[in-house]
Ligand binder design. Structure first.
Ligand SMILES: [Zn+2]
Length: 188
């Protein structure tokens, strides 16, 4: 289905400051995402609220948009697969140039600026590439697949695996040493 070419949820009307350098306005609004942002181990899910605080300044070349965005991302810890749910907050600034002017990644469209790509890129780039549930997450036990963080510290480092107990018993038995029997019957 082809979407209409109308301003989206992230568009801000700038008619009142367009071509009037020195003028400024602010905008604050929330957007509920209709699609997921991010493709990694963590992402901002569809339905999540993205809160925007924008400052739009009219300059000669166009509209300078700066602001901050906050939301939440969810996903899995890259080491132990525990679910992660954490806040994300990013600042951004970009010039939306007037069409036909200076080359720019973003352009003023008619009477508005559409901040969706700008905001989405800022958020996605700030998501951790290798997310962890906590900075010192010990990950999973390579043998059992158990979460090491769930086990008490002592148990982890000091209690040997019961399967080793038999072997340990064998090793601690006094070894038979043929030369240790004090007297040699052949040398009488
Ligand atoms: Zn973890």
């Amino acid at each position: 289905m082809v979407r209409n070419r109308r301003p989206g949820a992230f568009a801000v009307n700038i008619r009142d400051i367009e071509h009037r350098p020195g003028n400024m306005r602010e905008a604050e609004f929330d957007v509920a995402l209709t699609e997921q942002w991010g493709e990694g181990l963590v992402a901002v899910e569809a339905g999540e609220t993205v809160s925007l605080r924008l400052r739009l300044e009219s300059v000669h070349e166009g509209i300078l948009v700066s602001g901050e965005v906050s939301s939440r991302y969810t996903g899995e810890c890259g080491r132990c697969l525990t679910e992660i749910d954490a806040p994300v907050e990013v600042e951004f600034q970009e010039l939306f140039a007037y069409p036909g002017g200076e080359a720019s990644d973003f352009e003023v469209q008619d009477d508005h600026v559409d901040c969706e790509t700008l905001v989405r890129d800022a958020v996605v780039l700030s998501l951790p590439f290798q997310p962890v549930c906590r900075p010192d997450c010990p990950g999973l036990d390579p043998v059992t697949g158990e979460r090491l963080a769930d086990r008490p510290e002592q148990e982890r480092s000091e209690t040997p695996d019961p399967r080793w107990a038999t072997l340990a018993g064998l090793l601690s038995e006094p070894a038979e040493d043929p030369g240790a029997s004090g007297t040699n019957p052949q040398n009488s």
